[in-house]
Design a binder for this molecule. Structure first.
Ligand SMILES: C[S@@+](CC[C@H](N)C(=O)[O-])C[C@H]1O[C@@H](n2cnc3c(N)ncnc32)[C@H](O)[C@@H]1O
Length: 306
């Protein structure tokens, strides 16, 4: 392995076709991300940056580092650099309306009939947290409205808790990138990031801290962050709903199929899966059926699928 000289004498290394193939295959094996011709330029750019950071002068040396025992941390860093972390609060409104107004209602009715009061939702590929916090706020609203229409016996509690008894809510939020998980855990957002959050949500679920908005502790307490690589077999089980939006689009078809099968195993009976606006399960599985309402789409696990 050769180290480059000072940055002043830095000459960008040329990425050869065989080196590109080796690195593409390694990344695919590590995290499922597939870089086709349309995304090769992006891949090259990120590889070039890492090469420079590591003071190496050839992509083959970099590859050798990545597959070595000492290169584990660098491999994680490379993957972090290749992820696209774009996200926002209340992303894909019509889909969230379907979740809030129909799917949660269906779930709460079914759970009430079974005397089961734990709601488990997983945001897989949560990025900087806007998605899981949006989910937590929507579930809190849905539960409050459900409780209003189906009051439990006993004296009313004041102030009302965010999650009324006997309900319990767990939102698991995971990602492959530690930096985004740290930001998500901090849970403070700029005015620009808040642009899709309306007044009623800002007032009820955020505190203003300086020029930023902090998610209120009660909402934060519903969300637990964890590192999970969706490429692995060991993923969180017993979920009622999985949100995996704008993640699968970076995987190729065989990897998408494997992931959808894993999601079917991670969901409770008749559980729901949400994928991104530009993603679809069409032709990839017979374990899910499409649910469609007012432009919002989701997939429900079919009876007997596992
Ligand atoms: C474009 S963001 C989507 C965020 C959010 N789901 C949304 O739709 O707004 C994609 C996220 O998926 C994560 N990701 C990519 N590959 C992953 C993998 N193999 N395992 C877990 N997370 C992954 C990225 O780190 C990134 O934060």
């Amino acid at each position: 392995m050769t180290a480059t000289g000072t940055s002043a004498s830095f000459v960008p290394a040329q990425l050869t076709e065989p080196e590109l193939k080796l690195l593409q295959a390694l990344i695919y094996q590590e995290c499922g991300m597939f870089f086709d011709e349309r995304r090769t330029h992006f891949l090259q750019d990120r590889l070039q940056r890492r090469l420079r950071e590591c003071h190496l002068d050839s992509f083959y040396s970099y590859y050798r580092l990545l597959i070595s025992k000492e290169g584990k941390q660098e491999l994680a860093k490379l993957v972090e650099n290749l992820t696209v972390n774009e996200t926002s609060f209340f992303r894909n409104k019509s889909q969230l309306d379907l979740f809030h107004k129909h799917i949660l209602e269906d779930m709460l009715n079914r759970k009430t009939a079974r005397q089961e009061h734990l709601i488990r939702i997983w945001s897989a590929g949560c990025s900087t947290g806007q998605e899981p916090y949006t989910i937590a706020m929507l579930v809190a609203d849905a539960l409050a409205y459900y409780q209003l229409r189906h009051p439990q016996s006993g004296a009313p509690i004041s102030p009302k808790p965010l999650v009324p008894a006997p309900w319990r809510v767990e939102v698991l939020a995971s990602d492959i990138s530690y930096p985004v998980l740290r930001t998500a855990h901090e849970a403070t957002y700029s005015e620009t990031q808040m642009s899709t959050v309306d007044y009623s949500y800002r007032l009820r679920y955020f505190d203003k801290v300086g020029d930023r908005y902090a998610v209120k502790p009660a909402v934060k307490s519903l969300v637990h962050f964890d590192f999970h690589n969706l490429k692995t077999e060991y993923l969180p089980q017993h979920n009622d709903v999985i949100f995996c939006r704008n993640v699968m689009m970076y995987f190729d078809e065989p990897e998408q199929k494997r992931l959808i099968d894993k999601f079917a195993r991670c969901l409770n009976a008749r559980g729901y899966l949400f994928v991104g606006h530009a993603e679809s399960l069409l032709g990839l599985t017979d374990k899910f059926a499409l649910v469609h309402r007012n432009n919002g789409t989701a997939y429900q696990k079919v009876e007997g699928a596992s």
